[in-house]
Structures are given as C-alpha cells and as structure tokens.
Design a protein around this ligand. Structure first.
Ligand code: FES
Length: 148
C-alpha cells in the first residue's frame, strides 16, 4: 500500500499560518486578562506586618477596615488606645464596625456587640470574642500583625 501526499496549496498554507498567528495573538491578549482576574493566593494570616498608615491618622473614635490576609481587619482608636481585631463576626462572619460614640464594636447582621477593649461579646448571638491582632508603631507608622 502506498501513501500519496497532496501538495499544500498556497491558500491552505496561508490559512494555517494565519490561524496559528491568530491563536498566538489571542493567547497574548487573553492570558494576561485571565491572570489579572485570577484570585491571588491569600495567606490566612499575613506572615509580615501590614501597614495601616501614619500613627496619628486615627483619631479617638475612628476606625479603619483594612485587608489582612484572607479576611479583613478592623483597627480602632478607643478612649483607651489603639486596638486591632479580625473584622469577621464570630457568629455568621459578617463584617463588624466600630461605633466610636458608644465605644463598641457592632455587627449589623444580628445586632451582635463586642467590647472595644478586648473584643469580648457584650450582647447578641456571637458565640465568642473577636480575634485580637497585635499592633505596633514604627517610624511613626501603625502596623498590625507580624512580630511586635
Ligand atoms: S453575623 Fe454577627 S451577629 Fe450574626
């Protein structure tokens, strides 16, 4: 049995080359777009300290929610000083906020309240306290986590 090869026509060759170039061009465009939207691998808790900002940027009664590993953190300036906690309620994981006028941390989902000083539950359904995060000031900047 003999095998015969058909010669490739010029049009066929151009179609194949243009198809390959189109695939490479599409890959060059789509690849970075997919990489941009692909979720980053987040650590549960960052191994390095996370910068909050200038040490004096939080006035008493103010708070800031910042990215902190997989879950956000809340940094507040209470009448007794700076505190930092994971911002995830221990009930059903809603994000908490600081109510500076009442000096309490509140969860809006089911009216859970936590003490600002130690994150302990005051009232509501949360089963346990908020997780505290260490903080420190270096070169007049506030950091949370990492080695204090
Ligand atoms: S999720 Fe916070 S009180 Fe229910």
């Amino acid at each position: 049995m003999t095998q015969t090869q058909k010669p490739v026509s010029r049009q066929g060759f151009i179609k194949v080359v243009s198809g390959l170039l189109g695939a490479v061009g599409l890959g060059a465009f789509v690849g970075p777009a997919i990489a941009y939207f692909w979720p980053k691998k987040l650590e549960e808790v960052p191994s390095e300290p996370v910068a909050v900002g200038p040490a004096d940027s939080l006035k008493v009664g103010d708070y800031q929610t910042i990215s902190y590993g997989r879950y956000p953190a809340i940094v507040l300036n209470t009448p007794n000083g700076i505190r930092a906690y994971r911002a995830v309620c221990t009930h059903f994981a809603c994000l908490v906020k600081y109510e500076g006028a009442e000096d309490v941390i509140a969860c809006p989902c089911h009216a859970g309240y936590f003490r600002s000083d130690d994150g302990a539950v005051i009232s509501g359904p949360p089963p346990k306290e908020l997780t505290a995060i260490p903080w420190f000031i270096k070169d007049n900047n506030l950091y949370i986590g990492g080695e204090a």
